[in-house]
Design a protein around this ligand. Structure first.
Ligand code: FE
Length: 133
């Protein structure tokens, strides 16, 4: 019943703001600006971090980098970079973030850490059982 009420309010919200509706049909990772990887050396340009070495401030999109910008590691030109999509953004839809005990807010890296950290702890637990003998 609570769920149904939630659905109604969500539908109302979507009707109230059609332009917001279009945005919410994309996952967070799709909305986030793309990172670009250097095909030559594997360096990844992340818009959220910018590029300290070339005095590019955090938040600069790859598309907005100056034509003269080059890979800070191996100095190849911008044309050698490929779009690898958003890095470090949660992969789901914004309205689902509050479900799943907060796990839905984690980025893919954080999820890996959680999963393999838990596996590691479980393994250590089993090893500790040898101490009982
Ligand atoms: Fe490079």
């Amino acid at each position: 019943m609570n769920e149904k009420a939630n659905e109604e309010t969500l539908a109302e919200q979507l009707e109230a703001s059609p332009e917001k509706n279009a945005a919410s049909e994309k996952t967070l990772a799709e909305q986030a600006p793309s990172s670009f990887e250097c095909r030559s050396c594997g360096y990844v340009y992340e818009p959220a971090k910018g590029d300290n070495q070339n005095k590019i401030s955090p938040g600069t999109l790859f598309e907005d980098l100056p034509e003269t910008w080059r890979c800070p590691v191996c100095s190849v030109p911008r044309s050698q970079f490929i779009d690898i999509g958003a890095v470090g953004a949660p992969s789901g839809f914004a309205e689902n973030l509050d479900y799943g005990l907060g796990v839905n807010r984690l980025t893919p890296n954080q999820k890996n850490l959680l999963i393999f950290g838990a596996l590691g702890l479980g393994f250590l637990f089993f090893l500790s059982l040898y101490g009982l003998g």
